[in-house]
Design a protein around this ligand. Structure first.
Ligand SMILES: OC[C@H]1O[C@H](O[C@H]2O[C@H](CO)[C@@H](O)[C@H](O)[C@H]2O)[C@H](O)[C@@H](O)[C@@H]1O
Length: 595
């Protein structure tokens, strides 16, 4: 099975596919990110669905890249017979959902093979396949897939295969279109027309980016990746494109990230605004308001990409898991947790969009959320790491509750909005006093993970970023140094020590990439800029050949771990690049793009 970093992503802003260096699409959920997969080999075997196109006898491509500023992937294969290119993409969704693969001969005469195994419903439904007027029809239950190509297609062992040869200038297209099975088949889009349309879409999108500076390429790729994780129809942002890629190979820390976490999505907002993508920021704000509408007591920490509340967790027993990392889970029980930081992130994000977009149409909702937080902030919670052990008083959660009260009080004093200023100021001060009294080690020198604990937590690095204390406060400096000392692993950072058993889960995990980027930002904040730049550049080296990051990394094996591509890691990268280029911005001002 391919390594996680062997995968590139293509997508149509409603779902995404992972393309391996071996030319195989091993992951694709249709029609949406959180739908069942039709290619699920990533979490099992080729018989759980995959689509491979590659020169005969070649194991992996020689090189690959995204066409600049786009999500169109070009893989180059150099073989003894000559060279060929495969261009893979998904046109931004209109009525149909297409995956397009164009094989192009470059030199010599290259024999190519194609192997297609469609397996609906996460790899266990084999469709009924027929040929009609030269088009392959594959139907099962609610799903239908159609394949058009100029290449010969042959059915073999419940798969469809093809063999053909390309010479210089030859272009052999394959278009796979998904539709609900009850709808009539309609001719598939022309591959070349779709390519032009897709390139034009991404060119226009990228042309709006205001980012410049030495890390522009990395930042651009991260922004395109965040855009690829955005569910176009609603503006919701998926935490990652996959489920159950393990946080440790062979372990059981395997979760479904194909949902919209309020935390991840609001943090994504900052780099989008910084780079000039106000439309996306507005769409996200509107998604948020629809999703959280209703009783503030019912605020969830995550929703489906359409805003649905129920995302029940289940396991798929027929899938063995990525490199035997089981169970494979769909849905996520974290949706039912109490994570107090989310109030802070949501109210901070709405303050940000108020200032950046110049509109405020949700103040009543914000007031209702704050009123609720006022009643619950003293409760223990599961924290931002969604710990499944007993609830505790996480210092980061309380700090974010302070952020909520602070942004609401400032909505009144700085934006002239109406509200109980004295009450919210008093709540803000009370939370602050509580954190300073209980969230520090017994000597009062640095912050700790939770009240009464001696553990460190990388989330504490965010304390100055949200404005709770300034970077030059000795307690902040000591916390950054303690986190670095206690959580460093092979030059990067763990989010916390799993050995304490505090997260209620067996096993361990890799270094957490977002936290390692937070350390870059924190080091810039305390003036250790050279060290920050070195760490940042080491982190850039962990990206795969096309600039993608998953959630974690195993320094022993030199391999990426966890779901991919992950928004958390990519916005960490962008914020760190901004910090390195400009120094620290306050969290309530949209950071300016690197110049
Ligand atoms: O490892 C424990 C938890 O891992 C997931 O949560 C993590 O991913 C979320 C989405 O990126 C992020 O918001 C959160 O802060 C991370 O800890 C998983 O979804 C949880 O169910 C799991 O308990």
């Amino acid at each position: 099975m391919a390594r996680i970093e062997d995968y590139a992503v293509i997508g149509d802003l409603q779902t995404a596919a992972l393309v391996g260096m071996d030319g195989s699409i091993d992951w694709l959920c249709l029609p949406h990110f959180d739908s069942p997969s039709c290619f699920g080999a990533l979490l099992g075997t080729p018989d759980h669905g995959r689509w491979r196109i590659a020169p005969v006898g070649a194991a992996t491509c020689t090189s690959r890249r995204y066409l600049p500023g786009t999500l169109v992937l070009e893989s180059v294969w150099e073989t003894d017979d000559g060279a060929a290119r495969v261009v893979d993409f998904m046109p931004p969704r209109d009525s149909a959902c297409d995956v397009v693969r164009i094989v192009e001969g470059v030199s010599g005469s290259v024999p190519v093979e194609m192997d297609l195994a469609l397996r609906f419903d996460y790899g266990h439904v084999v469709p009924w396949v027929r040929r009609r007027e030269g088009v392959l029809h594959a139907v099962a239950g609610p799903d239908a897939a159609y394949v058009t190509t100029t290449a010969p297609l042959v059915g073999r062992d419940r798969r469809t295969v093809s063999a053909f040869t390309v010479g210089p200038g030859d272009r052999v297209p394959f278009v796979l279109t998904w539709r609900p099975s009850h709808e009539r088949w309609e001719p598939c889009a022309d591959a070349e027309v779709s390519l032009e349309r897709t390139l034009a879409y991404w060119d226009e999108w990228s042309s709006r980016c205001r980012v410049t500076g030495p890390y522009k390429d990395a930042v651009d790729r991260s922004l395109i990746t965040l855009k690829a994780l955005t569910f176009g129809p609603t503006g919701g942002i998926a935490a990652a494109a996959t489920t159950s890629l393990p946080e440790w190979l062979g372990g059981e820390r395997n979760w479904d990230y194909r949902y919209c976490w309020l935390r991840d999505a609001t943090l994504t907002l900052q780099p989008l605004l910084a780079a000039g993508y106000t439309e996306e920021a507005g769409a996200w704000r509107d998604w948020l308001l629809r999703a959280v509408a209703g009783d503030p007591a019912d605020l969830q920490i995550m929703y489906s990409l359409t805003g649905r509340r129920r995302v029940p967790e289940d396991t798929l027993h027929w899938l063995p898991g990525y490199e035997a990392s089981a169970p494979v889970r769909i849905g996520n029980a974290a949706a039912e947790q109490l994570q107090l930081d989310v109030w802070g992130e949501v109210l901070d994000a709405l303050a940000l969009t108020r200032n950046a977009l110049g509109t405020e149409d949700s103040w009543n909702l914000q007031c209702a959320l704050m009123d609720h937080l006022e009643r619950v902030w003293r409760q223990p919670d599961n924290g931002l790491w969604e710990m499944r052990g007993p609830r505790r008083h996480f210092t980061h959660s309380k700090v974010m509750a302070w952020v909520a009260a602070d942004r609401m009080a400032r909505g009144i004093t700085e934006s002239g909005l109406e509200g109980p200023l004295e009450r919210w100021t008093a709540v803000r001060d009370e939370i602050r006093a509580d954190v300073l009294a209980h969230g520090m080690d017994p000597t009062g020198s640095h912050f700790v993970q939770s009240y009464g604990s001696s553990e460190l937590d990388a989330a504490l690095l965010l304390i100055p970023r949200v404005g709770f204390l300034p970077y030059d406060d000795p307690r902040v400096v000591a916390t950054i140094e303690a986190v670095q000392r206690e959580l460093a692993a092979d030059g990067f950072l763990l989010r916390y020590r799993t050995e304490s058993g505090a997260d209620g889960l067996p096993g361990t995990e890799g270094v957490f990439l977002a936290c390692s980027f937070w350390l870059v930002t924190a080091l810039v904040g305390i003036g250790r800029r050279d060290e920050a730049r070195r760490l940042f550049e080491d982190l850039l080296e962990l990206r795969n050949d096309v600039g993608l990051l998953s959630e974690e990394y195993d320094p022993r094996l030199g391999r990426q771990l966890g779901n991919t591509p992950q928004a958390f890691s990519h916005f960490g990268l962008i914020n760190a690049a901004v910090a390195l280029e400009q120094g620290m911005g306050r969290s309530d001002e949209p950071p300016r793009p690197p110049s």
